[in-house]
Design a protein around this ligand. Sequence first.
Ligand code: KIV
Length: 287
Amino acid sequence: MNTQKVTILDVQEAKKEKRKLVMVTAYDYPFGLMADEAGVDIVLVGDSLGMVVMGLDGTVAVTMENMIHHIRAVVTGCKRPLVVGDMPFMSYNTSIRDAIINAGRLMKEGGCDVIKLEGGTGFAPTVEAIVKAGIPVQGHIGLTPQTASALGGFKMQGKDASAAKCIIDDARALEDAGAFSLILEAVPAPLGKLVAGAVSIPVVGIGAGPDVDGQVLVTHDMIGLFDKFVPKFVKQYTRIRPTIIDAIKAYGEEVRGVSFPGPEHSFKMSDDALEQLKKMIPDASAE
Ligand code: KIV
């Protein structure tokens, strides 16, 4: 298997060569390692960690410290894929200066290769400034979970022609601002195709149909580890949660029934040492 680190140039080359990009999320070392071993191109340390790891209702409360902590763990396990660090809500919305400082922190303290932020035309100047500072940016348009309440909830975007046209305008503005790629979330499949055709940078879809340049899914959704709700665009490739619960239950039963730990999981002591020890502590019970 190719072990060479994926770069933003490889990602852009993939679109030209019509090679679909494979992207998943990871939030810790073991999942970074597994995503790498599975041969994905891009790993996103998404602020979705607020929901699938921290158990929050949304992504708004996720902090810079949360992101840096999780990015660091993923980067340790993830050698080949391009690692994207997600900018949390209000880390880039207050000013361009804050945006550059916080994007820099994700790279310097977290160790990710590039950053991602949500927003379209209105955020083009922010994207441009971060790119000018030397930090590659992946845009995120369509459904933007950080501002889901302003969009009326976690709903499909670009339903009518004028809303769809705004999303194409967003994609073009971000490309012009220097974004190397875009995430396009929860839009009708025909619009996904039009957006991918409207820009020369790769468009990675999540609920944007098959005719985009690649796909991203939240790993915890895709493996059925998080199943509080399952969005329409998620395919569960396995349902790992019941398997884990069954393993913990079996452990509990064996602990209570004293069949775990068995001799194979216990350390030995020589008979001599044990006899000597018992003589040293005559008042201690060996029962
Ligand atoms: O935070 C995240 O996981 C994301 C994906 C849904 C693309 O932004």
